[in-house]
Design a protein around this ligand. Structure first.
Ligand code: COA
Length: 265
């Protein structure tokens, strides 16, 4: 009974104490402090969650409207190929300054000039400048095709990369006329494509074009393109034999409105 009375008196004392203004202020202040801490903690959690959400939506844009930026992959060229590409009859390697004469003679062929270089060069100086650009260019790839047996220069093969939009990267090639219709170009394109597929990749943003891009898992599927005039049957055959298919038919924006096939693999 005594202990109940003691407890009751203690309770009265505590209540009395609690009602003291200074103690009341202390209790309210502590409660507010706990509440503020909880808010701060919760806010940080929410902020973190929304931050990570924002990052993922930046990496993979949700809209696929023409002109919007979308993620794809492209090969890293970095001084590639590190060693020559070898096929059954051919060696495909980087061009160097000593290839100038062969390169100039190659460019002087009207058919090659028309399809690959918008005309034939006026003089050797033009070819020299062109070759120097090829050698110093790290964004595109232009390689020489040589016969394995004789190391004779017979043509070129390469790929242009436009990091902004399709059709990119696109493959191009040409051979000296004396070596046409021997299967060499098909062999070169097949060898080149095999090498291309093995290159290391990087992720890049490009401008989405619904006519020319396939989307898979929110990313543009990387393609290798080839643009061939409708009249250039040999070149179409080369790409088809190397595994390309016709994707669309387009009109060139030149005075003759030439038709060309856009092919890809
Ligand atoms: C396009 C080019 C590289 C082809 O080189 P190539 O070494 O003759 O090619 P290939 O021998 O590997 O294959 C050509 C194929 O086209 C076929 N072909 C060529 N002309 C043809 C024609 N008029 N109709 C039907 N088929 C034709 C050949 O028969 C061959 O096919 P096959 O091996 O099944 O018989 C060469 O013609 C060239 O350098 N042209 C100028 C540059 C150029 O046009 N570059 C392409 C820019 S897109």
């Amino acid at each position: 009974m005594n202990s109940v009375i003691v407890l009751f008196i203690n309770l009265l004392y505590i209540c009395n104490l609690c009602l003291q203004p200074s103690v009341l202020f202390f209790i309210i202040f502590s409660l507010k402090l706990i509440q503020a801490y909880k808010c701060f903690f919760l806010h940080n959690i929410l902020l973190y969650a929304s931050d990570s959400g924002q990052n993922s939506s930046e990496q993979i844009p949700r809209t696929k409207n023409p002109g919007s930026k979308v993620l794809t992959t492209l090969p890293i060229l970095n001084d590639q190929p590190s060693k020559p590409i070898r096929t059954k009859n051919l060696i495909i390697r980087k061009l160097n300054h000593s290839d100038l004469m062969d390169f100039h003679i190659f460019r002087l062929q009207p058919e090659v000039g028309k399809e690959l270089f918008s005309g034939v060069p006026k003089n050797m100086e033009k070819s020299k400048n062109y070759l120097e650009n090829i050698i110093s260019d790290t964004d595109d790839l232009c390689l020489g095709i040589f016969l394995k047996d004789t190391e004779q220069f017979i043509g070129i093969i390469g790929a242009e990369i436009d990091k902004s939009t399709a059709p990119s990267p696109s493959v191009y090639y040409g051979l000296n006329e004396e070596h046409w219709n021997k299967g060499y170009c098909t062999e070169a394109v097949r060898g080149f494509v095999k090498f291309w597929k093995k290159l290391p990749r990087e992720s890049v943003y490009i401008t989405y074009n619904k006519d020319m891009h396939d989307i898979s898992n929110d990313m543009v599927v990387e393609k290798l393109y080839g643009n061939v005039s409708k009249s250039n049957i040999a070149s179409q055959m080369v790409l088809i034999k190397a595994g390309f298919i016709v994707h669309s038919e387009k009109k060139r924006k030149n005075k003759d409105n030439d038709i060309y096939f856009q092919m890809w693999m």
